[in-house]
Design a protein around this ligand. Structure first.
Ligand code: FAD
Length: 476
């Protein structure tokens, strides 16, 4: 029989960063009855730090992107725990599928041209990033590098576009709105600050006030987190109450619910999950924005297989090789943006695979993925890469609690005149009660897709409730 496991107060769905910061902020403001319901058997969501090789790896978020106006950086800047990654990606080798190394000077000039061809400034404000990039790139090649081999230039453009797609989380840049760069606010300063040998979970521990020697402790959140509680129904029907039903039959009552599940979960579940159905503007945003897939592949070796003076390499596919690849079972390798060493892990190689190829990779066995990677190494490199000692990869799309990696602004969202602001808008019950609030990275107007966006959104919704009760005190 169903059991009511709690009443009144505030329930937060999801113990990712948005849910964790919302809960800690509310508890620190004297809200006592705050509970988080989390479907997974761990906290952190798309931050997932696990032991691997010489210390830890981040299967999800890895870097703090920037310093100025970055709330994550602001919270830790006095503690000397964030470290610069350095000039990583711009020093990677560019290798063609016939094993030819692109001369550094030619490669970096083309890289600068292609990077400078991305939309910037307030114009243009219509169309896709892909169209804009291609037009600008060829115009600049004609003007600045008239004698460069056009075949090589095409390979450089494709490689950069793939890299950029994985940064914004898109299948390709033709689905990305040129407005992305206007609405997404870059935080100035180092974009690749990492957490040393502790990984991103160090930040979660700081938020919960947990020491280094208490790995299992939930600190401030002890007694406030229910793991393995998958919410299947959210009902706003009863006056001034919200009822949550879970997959295991438990149900909870609350005065307010903050929903932080990913855009992918909303896309898949919203029609069954919310009673009454969500307002049209929110459904429009859920259907028009996108949650892209970006996956990571980690290979641990006895010894680092790349030469000392290599950070990693980008794959430049010759047109004919690409045509042949697409006919084979290794076609998903087209989605590999590059392969490189990583900080604090001397024996590791890491590769990224995104978009539809990243989703396909998730359906393959570990053996098949490794076989493909070995094939790729043999295709591009003049030296041998031995079989790895250990292998691990993410599967963010397959996991029903995520259904992807991070959100992006699409051209479809432009056409449908919607964006994160429609995800952010709270939903009131029939009596006007502020019952259902939404956080999560995809609801952040200017920092969507990032951890600082998720944090900002969690604070935003906690502050909305703190503001609501500021005159009369919490109803809990
Ligand atoms: C591979 C990868 C690399 C990334 N790299 C970076 C990076 O370097 N820097 C950066 O800033 N950002 C990065 N990001 C993005 C960043 O991780 C996310 O934007 C952020 O962590 C999202 O936090 P969130 O709280 O909004 O959502 P989530 O972390 O997804 O939290 C939502 C929680 O809700 C739970 N949930 C879902 N459905 C239910 C349900 N029905 N009932 C109960 N609980 C449910 C989920 O299990 C999850 O724990 C990366 C993401 C990925 C996947």
């Amino acid at each position: 029989m169903d059991k009511c496991r709690g009443s009144s107060g505030i329930l937060i769905i999801g113990a990712g960063l948005s849910g964790i910061v919302a809960a800690t902020r509310l508890l620190q403001n004297n809200f006592k009855n705050v509970q988080i319901l989390e479907a997974e058997d761990r906290i952190g969501g798309r931050i997932h730090t696990i032991p691997f090789a010489d210390n830890v790896i981040d299967v999800g978020a890895q870097w703090c992107h920037g310093m100025q106006r970055n709330c994550v950086y602001e919270m830790v800047k006095d503690q000397d725990i964030l470290h610069p990654t350095g000039d990583y990606y711009s020093t990677m080798k560019m290798v063609r599928s016939n094993k030819e190394l692109v001369p550094h000077e030619v490669g970096s000039t083309m890289h600068d041209i292609v990077a400078g061809s991305m939309p910037s400034g307030p114009h243009p404000v219509v169309g896709s990033s892909g169209t804009h990039l291609a037009e600008n790139f060829w115009r600049r090649i004609e003007a600045e590098l008239p004698h460069v081999d056009r075949t090589l230039a095409r390979e450089a453009l494709d490689s950069f576009a793939k890299h950029e797609s994985s940064i914004v989380g898109a299948d390709n840049l033709f689905e990305v709105s040129v407005r992305e760069h206007i609405e997404y606010h870059d935080c100035d300063g180092d974009k690749l600050l990492h957490w040393g040998t502790k990984g991103f979970q160090r930040f979660i521990r700081l938020l919960m006030n947990v020491g280094e020697d208490q790995p299992e402790d939930l600190g401030l959140l002890a007694g406030h987190v229910h793991l393995g509680k998958k919410v299947t129904r959210i009902e706003l029907a009863r006056p001034r109450k919200v009822i949550l039903r879970c997959e295991d039959g438990d149900y909870f009552e609350a005065d307010h619910v903050i929903c932080t599940v990913s855009l992918g979960v909303l896309q898949e579940q919203h029609e069954k999950m919310f009673i009454p159905p969500l307002p049209p503007a929110k459904v429009n945003a859920i259907r028009s924005l996108n949650l892209g897939t970006v996956n990571k592949l980690f290979l641990e070796f006895e010894q680092q297989p790349l030469p000392d003076d290599w950070v990693g390499f980008y794959c430049f596919w010759l047109e004919q090789d690409l045509k042949e690849l697409r006919k084979t079972e290794y076609s998903w390798l087209e989605g590999i943006t590059g392969c490189h060493k990583t900080t604090c892990q001397p024996r590791l190689l890491m590769a990224w695979v995104g978009g539809s190829h990243g989703r396909h990779m998730e359906t393959l066995s570990d053996e098949k993925v490794l076989e493909g990677l070995q094939w790729l190494f043999r295709k591009f490199l003049t030296f041998e890469v031995p079989a790895p000692k250990r292998f691990l990869r993410s599967k963010w799309f397959t996991n029903p609690n995520f259904r992807g990696s991070y959100s992006l602004r699409t051209t479809k969202a432009d056409e449908h005149d919607t964006g994160p602001w429609d995800l952010e808008t709270p939903v009131t019950g029939p009596d006007g009660h502020l019952g259902l609030l939404f956080a999560g990275e995809a609801s952040s107007r200017n920092y969507f897709s990032t951890v600082h966006g998720a944090v900002e959104a969690g604070f935003r919704e906690a502050d909305r409730l703190i503001g609501l009760y500021s005159s009369c005190g919490p109803n809990s």
